[in-house]
Design a protein around this ligand. Structure first.
Ligand code: NGO
Length: 488
């Protein structure tokens, strides 16, 4: 019970073990299809390594001994939507949560209590023991995010689903997709088909690029939902828009289409924000994105708009947040948007702390992505073959050993929505590259977002992280074997 990541709020070990067997049943309350689906998700995770097909049993009546039970009827509401209690005795296992999301988090804890070989895709010997004890657990922050930049390099639906699976294992709950940038537009917009058809045709380095159809995107949303992860789409504007301008030159000032862009410099493109057509464009795109988004947020970018005059930039951000609001969604933008008059509900995502004083005094919600701790595109050290280093190196320790409450002086903890780790992909081309930069840093960031500040520390964490090595290997993750971790 000592090797869980993120560290739970409370763990009380007791004597004995529960042993999973071919006759173990997964019991769920009758008439709750959503809970049965979580039970099936658990069963599906356990089948490859054990060879057992554990039945989901919904019949009422006294459960047979040797069961795993999922219940919301007995959940403790004071633990919140993602909180849960997990009780393991030699006879049975109970996962209790107030909401289904909490059961999904409890399932991840249960997986981590089994031997690492449980994550293998091929049948292993077992025995499949779970140590007895009681865990009570809930997250510190409601936003524990990972961002994938699919604009600089494009990544398939399969790759994104794999990211979702691995995020879920560490209880992260937000996937922010950076869908548009100078180098590519990655989502089909029906009213402006050239955005994806032309603007999605390439990527950094001149590769083939690509984009998601709306059906593919909807499939990703549903897949994320089944793991209780919210997808947050980002449409970056008014800068970072070369791909859109190449497709629709009427959105530029001089109406001349720029060529598609495959470099990595930033800050040269801008929508022409004082044209009527630009607002029509914004309305159309945000309406289609909102229709694809059951979650409450639309990210409007707003970073590094060096080619937009400042007064235009401010007016434009104010107009766009109103468009998002009119679609019933909450706008999020990178920290530069704090220069505008924001709605109280608009969320600001810090990355470079350029607006720290405004964030502290404004009173609205903030997502913390300080580059020196959370940017997964930064090199681990000078020898890392991938990545950048404009924010310095981000070692495994640097990604773990920081305190969200100390990032912005004067920012109330109640205004910290949570933390997010972005993977920008200027230098990232394959799934193996993603793994290498994300793991093992994501585990530490997941813990920074979930676990209480008191009680966690690098000197203990580094051993717990090291114990996850066989899990990452069974999950076939191409993690970076950092030298600051005492690997077994
Ligand atoms: C910056 C920039 C991105 C880069 C990234 C690289 C933000 C918010 N804007 O972060 O365009 O890809 O750095 O680290």
């Amino acid at each position: 019970m000592n090797n869980l990541i993120p560290l739970p709020v409370s763990v009380k070990p007791s004597d004995g073990v529960f042993t999973l067997s071919a006759t173990t049943q997964i019991r769920v309350e009758p008439g709750r299809a959503e809970i049965a689906a979580i039970g099936q998700y658990l069963a599906d995770r356990l089948t490859p390594a054990t060879g057992y097909t554990l039945p989901i049993v919904t019949a009422p009546g006294a459960p047979a001994p040797g069961h795993i039970r999922l219940t919301t009827a007995e959940g403790d509401s004071t633990l919140g939507d993602e909180g849960y209690e997990l009780t393991v005795s030699p006879q049975d296992v109970t996962l209790a949560a107030y909401q289904p999301a909490g059961l999904c988090r409890a399932v991840q804890t249960l997986r981590q209590l089994l031997p690492p070989a449980i994550e293998s895709t091929t049948r292993q010997a077992g025995p499949w023991t779970i140590p007895a004890g009681a865990i009570r657990d809930y997250p510190r922050f409601g936003w524990r995010g990972f961002m994938l930049d699919v604009a600089r390099h494009f990544f398939s639906v399969q790759t994104v689903k794999r990211c979702l699976d691995l995020m879920a294992y560490y209880k992260m709950n937000i996937l922010h997709l950076h869908l548009t940038d100078d180098q590519g537009w990655r989502i089909a917009i029906n009213l402006w088909p050239g955005l994806a058809a032309h603007g999605g045709r390439t990527e950094v380095g001149g590769g083939p690029g690509g984009y998601y159809s709306q059906a593919e995107y909807a499939d990703l949303v549903a897949y994320a939902q089944s793991r209780y992860i919210t997808l947050v789409p980002e449409f970056d504007l008014p800068g970072h828009t070369n791909a859109a301008l190449a497709a629709y030159p009427q959105l530029t000032r001089d109406e001349v289409a720029p060529p598609l862009y495959t470099g990595t410099e930033v800050g040269f493109s801008s929508l022409c924000v004082d044209k009527d057509v630009t607002l029509v464009f914004m309305d159309d795109v945000i309406e289609e994105l909102a229709a694809l988004t059951p979650g409450p947020y639309i990210h409007i970018g707003g970073d590094e708009a060096a080619a937009t005059p400042k007064a235009d930039y401010i007016r434009f951000i104010e107009e766009v947040q109103a468009i998002v609001e009119a679609q019933g969604k909450t706008a999020i933008g990178w920290e530069e948007i704090a220069q505008a008059r924001l709605l109280p509900t608009t969320v600001v995502q810090l990355w470079n702390a350029s607006q720290a004083a405004t964030l502290a005094s404004r009173g609205g919600k903030v997502i913390l992505s300080p580059a020196g701790h959370t940017y997964l595109d930064m090199k681990y050290d000078a020898d890392t073959p991938l990545g950048q280093n404009w924010a310095g190196n981000v070692s495994v320790r640097a990604a773990y050993d920081w305190a969200p409450e100390h990032v912005v002086e004067g920012l109330a903890e109640s205004n910290i929505l949570g933390i997010e780790a972005p993977l920008w992909t200027e230098t990232i081309q394959t799934m193996a590259d993603i793994d290498f930069m994300v793991f093992p840093r994501l585990l530490g960031l997941a813990e920074v977002g979930w676990s209480p500040a008191a009680g966690r520390g690098w000197d203990e964490y580094k051993y717990r992280l090291a114990s996850h090595r066989p899990r990452l290997e069974a999950l076939r993750v191409n993690y970076y074997p950092a030298s600051d971790v005492p690997w077994p």
